[in-house]
Design a protein around this ligand. Structure first.
Ligand code: GAR
Length: 209
């Protein structure tokens, strides 16, 4: 089973969905630790209650972004993950960090990328008059919310939707999509090659499989 470390900043509902999925005996990956950049990230207590090792590495405890990432990297050395899942981790990783785990870091973003990268995605989707919204799991590259797409799931935008109502609807499909996408990566069915934005899933789709 592939070793997975999950990065969070908040409540960790996606982390919990991954934890639940990976508990199945036939799942090809296991979560070995959760790392948060906030000491009060709600997900930390939830992970600990499930017996998962947790680490809070808070940005303000370090003098620079580099020093913060260095501390995370040395923690990771000890954990030797095969895959890193960003699950509501609200911090941009540097190119140096990403290169260290090239093709092995994935992220979930609550929009149908490349539409609405960045913050306030749900309000922006509503303001744009979208009738569908959704979420994307993608490989992490240096650009924010860029990188090849592994999977997407869509939901309707309903008349009168607020950003919160839409976020909750999208979140329910995030909880299905993320475990499905992690499974693909852990089984080697999707990958990134030569640091390029190449997804085997896309190639497979292009061949109509
Ligand atoms: C999720 O909706 C996730 O897609 C989003 O934050 C939320 C975290 O919720 N991530 C981003 O916006 C990343 N740019 P959770 O802590 O309950 O999983």
């Amino acid at each position: 089973r592939k070793r997975v470390v999950v990065f969070i900043s908040g409540g960790g509902s996606n982390m919990m969905a991954l934890l639940k999925a990976t508990a199945a005996p036939d799942y090809p990956a296991e979560i070995v630790a959760v790392i948060a950049d906030k000491a009060d990230a709600g997900g930390l207590a939830k992970a600990a209650a499930e017996g998962i090792a947790t680490f809070a590495l808070v940005r303000k405890d370090f003098t620079s972004k580099d020093a913060h990432e260095e501390a995370i990297l040395s923690q990771l050395e000890a954990l030797s993950p095969d895959i890193i899942c960003l699950a509501g981790y609200m911090r941009l990783l540097s190119g140096r960090f990403i290169q260290r785990y090239e093709g092995r870091i994935i992220n979930i973003h609550p929009s149908l990328l490349p539409l609405f990268p960045g913050l306030h995605t749900h309000q922006r989707a509503i303001d744009a008059g979208m009738r569908v919204a959704g979420c994307t799991v993608h490989f992490v590259t240096e650009g924010m919310d860029e990188g090849p797409v592994i999977g997407q799931a869509a939901v309707p935008v309903l008349t009168g939707d607020t950003a919160d109502a839409l976020a909750a609807r999208v979140l329910t499909v995030e909880h299905q999509l993320y475990p499905q996408s992690l499974r693909l990566l852990a089984e080697g069915k999707v990958g990134m090659e030569d640091g390029k934005a190449i997804s085997l899933a896309r190639t497979a789709a292009a061949h109509g499989r």
